[in-house]
Structure formats: structure tokens, C-alpha cells
Design a protein around this ligand. Structure first.
Ligand code: GLY
Length: 263
């Protein structure tokens, strides 16, 4: 028997729970894709697009500014349980970086960065501009780190994870975090899918999503696996994790984290 589809979305560690309506809209978009026979990968992309278009979240339209107070550089990545991976890093001038990452899946590479990624986006008509929002300018200094993400199980029993971010606030121009890096900001395989939010340098040091995926592989239920992942970090490091398996889903964070579950 085919498994029932499942979608879990988040608006980032530190994103207040009252923003969960945006995560719910993203989950609805993803569920519509799988209900219509679409893949987990395309459903995760659909969810991430809605989150990127919501200016309350630090991704796409809501990206924070780099330390120069004017530059936006975004990272995004996605993966499915067939091992397909697409990602972009430090890309500018793009409203929906996750759509560019989705196109990268169809190439012979898995990650495009900087101007090469922007040129690739232009070739595919995806350079639709991403000027700083008034919110980004008003909140230029601060500590929040609100990567968005989604994990999906589709009707065929495939899994996918997606992640998209403007990075940590006031980062150096050219800085790349965990979100475009497989195993760090996202991972998917036969045992399920995992996505992470929080401080990218610390997430990368722990290869967080591959580590949590390993917990799933060894039979740990996803809720406990997410909690074990968060427990790898000191309290002052903001972290959030989502996971889905064939039979369950889970989430954990050491901050408020707007999120939504749709089964
Ligand atoms: N997790 C987002 C970043 O650190 O870039």
C-alpha cells in the first residue's frame, strides 16, 4: 500500500509561531503538488517558493542584508531520496533561489555559485530581481537567522527536503552557510528527509542533516531524531530541524520556530 503524503514546513529558528500561517500556506502548496501526483521534490520546491515570497521570512523576498547594508545573497538547496541534488550559493538578483536550485538538478552539477549561478538563472528566465525590502533595511542589524525549509513524503513513498535563506544577518559578502550544502542544511534518502535552520557555520561543523538522517536510518523516530540533533548544540546557537520518514514526522528547535504539518 502506498504511504499517505506528508508535508512539514518551517519559517526558521527564531521565526515567531504567529507566522505559522505562512508555513501552513506553504504546506498547502506542497500538498497540492503531491495530491496531483507530483513528486516530493517538486512539492518541496512549491513550499519553499511560498515561504520565499513571504517577506516575514529570511529567504527570497525577505532576505536579510549583508554587512555592507545593501547586498542580498541567497543560498538554497534541495535533495530527494533518489539522490537528486540541486543548489545555489551566494546568488543575487533572484526572487526565488529555490527555483534556480530546481533547475540545477537537471544539469550535470549539483551546486552553482555567485555570478555563474545568476547567469544560469538569467538563461532560464529566473532572474526576476530581488531588491532589499523595507523590512530588511529596517532590521539591518540584529541576530535573527530564519532560513525556511520543507520536508515531504509523496504518494510513491519518495522523500525530499528543501532549504532557502538570505544567510545570517550582516554576514560578509560572499559568505555561504549550510543551506546549499547537502548533508548540512538538508538531506534525503530511503529512510526519509531532513532540513535544518540556524547558524550555518555550526550546522556545517556537525554535518547536521546527514547526522540526523543517520539517527533515522538506525530506527530513531523522527521527533526524537530532531531532538537529538538540536541537543548537539549549545543553547545559545539557534537551531531547528524537521524530519519525515515512511511512517512519521518530527520537528525540534531551541527557539520559537513557526512551522506547519500537513498529513
Ligand atoms: N542557516 C542559514 C545560514 O546560516 O546561512
Amino acid at each position: 500500500m502506498n504511504p499517505a503524503p506528508a508535508v512539514v514546513t518551517h519559517g526558521g529558528a527564531g521565526a515567531p509561531s504567529r507566522f505559522s500561517d505562512g508555513c501552513r500556506r506553504a504546506a498547502d502548496a506542497a500538498m497540492a503538488v503531491v495530491e496531483n501526483g507530483g513528486s516530493a521534490l517538486d512539492a518541496a520546491v512549491a513550499a519553499a517558493v511560498i515561504l520565499e515570497d513571504d517577506p516575514r521570512f529570511n529567504a527570497g523576498t525577505g532576505c536579510v542584508l549583508r554587512e555592507d547594508g545593501k547586498t542580498i545573497e541567497a543560498d538554497a538547496g534541495l535533495m530527494d531520496s533518489a539522490g537528486r541534488i540541486g543548489a545555489v550559493a551566494a546568488i543575487s538578483g533572484v526572487k526565488n533561489p529555490v527555483l534556480v536550485a530546481r533547475r540545477v538538478v537537471e544539469t550535470r552539477h549539483f551546486l552553482l555559485a555567485g555570478e555563474g549561478a545568476a547567469a544560469f538563472a538569467r538563461r532560464h528566465g529566473l532572474c526576476t530581481g530581488n531588491p532589499p525590502t523595507g523590512k530588511a533595511l529596517a532590521e539591518f542589524s540584529g541576530e535573527a537567522c530564519d532560513t525556511v525549509g520543507a520536508v515531504v513524503r509523496d504518494r510513491a513513498g519518495s522523500f525530499a527536503a528543501a532549504s532557502s535563506t538570505g544567510g545570517i544577518r550582516s554576514a560578509m559578502v560572499g559568505r555561504v552557510g549550510d543551506s546549499p550544502l547537502p548533508g548540512c542544511g538538508y538531506w534525503a534518502g530511503p529512510a526519509g528527509a531532513v532540513t535544518a535552520t540556524g547558524h550555518g557555520e555550526e550546522i556545517a561543523r556537525r554535518l547536521l542533516c546527514r547526522t540526523v538522517y543517520g539517527f533515522l536510518e538506525s530506527g530513531t523516530p523522527p521527533e526524537a531524531a530532531c531532538r537529538q540533533g538540536v541537543a548537539l548544540f549549545p543553547r545559545e546557537t539557534s537551531i531547528g530541524i524537521l524530519a519525515v520518514t515512511r511512517t512519521a514526522h518530527g520537528s525540534a528547535a531551541n527557539r520559537d520556530m513557526a512551522h506547519a504539518v500537513l498529513l
